[in-house]
Design a protein around this ligand. Structure first.
Ligand code: GDP
Length: 330
């Protein structure tokens, strides 16, 4: 690590702005590992924030996210757009930025200077995804990625959280695998701006699209006036068909966002969530766990020993009445 630390953070950020892939890699690894330099990094990245259009890709494992990401990278490069890819696995421990799983297809882009690809695992990170993903995205903003593809590798609620960091969210579905419309996890269908029915070369893809159309016709959160009606696009990511239609749908969604200040509003909501997540993480770190002693442990003991009640204790903590450093630093 010694030599790595020789470069001062401002210089590293400057290099990232020149799209130096090694500088980008180091900064994202810093973010992933929860380095103590993150507050400084966050401050340095303020002017870069929000440059890229962030496109989230989510869906069950095996649906074709990684294949679709690679195909989208190729199509965006043909439009001469600089592309960032951030693959997030919320269920794995620190990855050190190594490419996760089967990312071999991405190697076709590995030598392209217009493509920056990083993976990030965030389990155990202070503040979790809520803190790590937005900051990593800002590193790619600094590198002037026009579009950043944010791919979730893991599954579960975290898919929805990661999608919350995107300007446009693609939800991938595919026939077979039990990951059709019926089987899709609660909350996942609601976040889609564009449904991508992948593996259109397989039997059953038309059925998935028809089910979706029927579901979307039933009203729900998208049916209010002026709201975005999710689009449905059929692709065969493996064969590269339908990928231009996905780009067209993304562009259409972007045009909608650009109207009526919607992009700004969306990003304000996102920043609010980010601040909230960081505040809670800092508070949690200050409280300390019950097992580690600290303010929380002391107050918990006081509740059990009938010296105070839990409501009063919570008020005390929320009002900032706990001295800094009374919890163990993590
Ligand atoms: P992920 O887990 O969602 O990232 O899915 P992958 O991109 O790794 O794809 C899972 C499997 O589906 C791989 O074997 C792919 O080759 C295959 N696959 C991806 N896209 C298509 C497609 O459009 N058609 C077919 N038939 N197979 C596909």
């Amino acid at each position: 690590m010694g030599r790595r630390d020789d470069v001062a953070l401002p210089e590293l950020v400057e290099r990232a702005r020149g799209a130096d892939p090694r500088a980008v890699a180091r900064l994202i690894t810093m973010v992933e590992s929860g380095s103590p330099g993150l507050p400084e990094l966050a401050a340095l990245l303020v002017p870069d924030s929000g440059y890229a259009h962030v496109v989230g890709l989510t869906g069950a494992p095996g649906v074709g996210k990684s294949t679709a990401t690679s195909a989208l990278v190729g199509a965006l490069r043909r439009q001469e757009r600089r592309v960032g890819v951030l693959a997030v696995d919320p269920t794995s421990p620190f990855s050190g930025g190594a490419l996760l799983g089967d990312r071999i297809r991405m190697q076709t882009h590995a030598t392209d200077a217009g493509v920056l690809i990083r993976s990030m695992a965030t389990r155990g990170h202070l503040g979790g995804l809520a803190a790590a993903v937005p900051l990593a995205l800002r590193v790619l903003d600094a590198a002037r990625c026009d579009v950043t593809l944010l791919e979730t590798v893991g599954v579960g609620q975290s898919e929805v959280d990661v999608a919350g960091s995107a300007d446009t969210t693609l939800v991938l579905l595919a026939p077979g695998l039990g990951d059709g419309v019926q089987a899709a996890k609660a909350g996942v269908l609601e976040i889609a701006d564009v449904f991508v029915v992948n593996k259109a070369d397989r039997d059953g893809a038309g059925r998935v699209a028809a089910d979706l159309r029927q579901m979307l016709g039933l009203g729900g959160p998208h049916s209010a006036a002026g709201s975005w009606r999710p689009m449905i696009v059929m692709t065969s990511a493996e064969q590269g068909t339908g990928i231009d239609d996905v780009l067209a749908a993304i562009a259409k969604h972007r045009a909608w966002l650009d109207g009526a200040d919607r992009l700004h509003q969306r990003r304000v909501r996102r920043a609010a969530r980010e601040i909230e997540g960081l505040t809670l993480a800092q508070l949690r770190a200050r409280l300390g766990g019950v097992r580690h002693g600290g303010a929380l442990a002391e107050l918990a003991a006081a509740v059990v020993e009938r010296r105070t009640d839990a409501h009063a204790a919570a008020r005390l903590l929320a009002d900032g009445a706990i001295p800094p450093g009374s919890g163990p630093s993590r």
